[in-house]
Design a protein around this ligand. Structure first.
Ligand code: NAP
Length: 291
């Protein structure tokens, strides 16, 4: 079994981004500027945003965190979004999800300037993706595509099963992998909570991508010998032996799957680091488009 090393693949990508940024700085240009908007104190969201901030700085970007209390009104948040859209010194920004219940996340996403939408969640960018036009791809599916490319994993004509149909992982990935192009051309099935006979579908799959958010869901008895498994899940489970009292695991039961898979991504260190690297890649693209 070959372990797909997302951490190392992401590190290579970030080195490339860093050297491109250095070239721009040598020419006397300003660095790319990524802004993260965070509402509330959700510890997981705060940790994600802090990590994005640290890694932006490591590749030479300017990074700004705009952090608001969770009682900010939708109208005020929309004003902030409009300011970011108009601010020439901002190349790209993300609004960390989830937002508090009193804010309509869809309304916020719709207000983001598609040229600065480095998360690739705006319907205009999702539409471009559907039409196979250049755009900002959502970072997690983009990161998975990049892992498939870097490890030369065959997708053409393969049965790919994606478990999870969210707009940020499963659904865009299903489109990208079924498109007519290199790293695509797969026969894709998307499973969700209403899917019946999931085990049968798993047993037929050459490649399984899990994005459902259920710890250790996919077990060895559900897959065929030699399957390729990409685990996008990030789940916290209790771990009293750890200082923080929990640990992160994927949607895959690593132990039993690793005995049957030909390739497998670990959690942590698989898809997670790629997501941030692709966000940085999108930000560099947004910057270059605005030069
Ligand atoms: P989500 O919006 O909650 O979607 C979960 C999907 O899984 C839904 O489509 C749901 O079906 C489906 N599902 C739930 N239980 C199922 C079951 N028993 N059988 C089959 N399908 C089932 O989650 P998400 O935002 O896509 O995130 C999924 C996981 O990926 C989470 O662990 C999250 O932390 C992780 N994630 C990781 C990254 C990264 O950087 N690696 C980025 C984003 C998300 P229904 O549609 O029918 O409800």
């Amino acid at each position: 079994m070959i372990l797909i090393d997302g951490k190392q693949t992401a590190a290579h990508l970030k080195e490339k981004i860093r050297s491109e940024v250095d070239q721009f700085l040598l020419k006397g240009l300003r660095p790319p500027h990524l802004v993260a908007v965070l509402v509330g104190e959700d510890p997981a969201s705060l940790a994600y945003v802090k990590s994005k901030e640290r890694q932006s700085q490591k590749v030479g970007f300017k990074s700004t965190l705009l952090h608001y209390d969770d009682d900010i009104s939708e109208a005020d948040l929309l004003k902030i979004i409009n300011q970011l859209n108009r601010d020439d010194a901002v190349d790209g920004y993300i609004v960390q999800l989830p937002l508090p219940a009193h804010i309509d996340a869809q309304k916020i996403i719709m207000a983001v300037d598609p040229q600065k939408d480095v998360d690739g969640f705006h319907p205009m960018n999702l539409g471009k993706m559907l039409a196979n036009l250049p755009t900002f791809l959502p970072a997690t599916p983009y990161g998975i595509l990049e892992l498939i490319k870097q490890y030369n994993l065959p997708t053409e004509g393969k049965n790919v099963l994606i478990i999870g149909r969210s707009l940020i992982v499963g659904r865009p990935l299903s489109i990208l992998l079924s498109q007519k192009r290199q790293g695509g051309n797969a026969t894709v099935t998307v499973a969700h909570s209403k899917t019946r006979n999931l085990k049968d579908l798993c047993l037929q799959a050459d490649i399984i991508i899990t994005a459902l958010g259920k710890a250790n869901f996919l077990t060895g008895d559900m897959v065929k010998e030699g399957v390729i498994v990409i685990d996008a899940g990030i789940n916290e489970i209790a771990a009293p032996e750890k200082k923080r009292g929990y640990k992160l695991v994927g949607d895959v039961d690593f132990e039993s799957i690793s005995r049957k898979a030909s390739y497998l991504t670990p959690v942590p260190g698989g898809v997670g680091p790629m997501t941030i690297a692709m966000l940085l890649q999108n930000t560099l693209k947004a910057y270059k488009q605005r030069l």
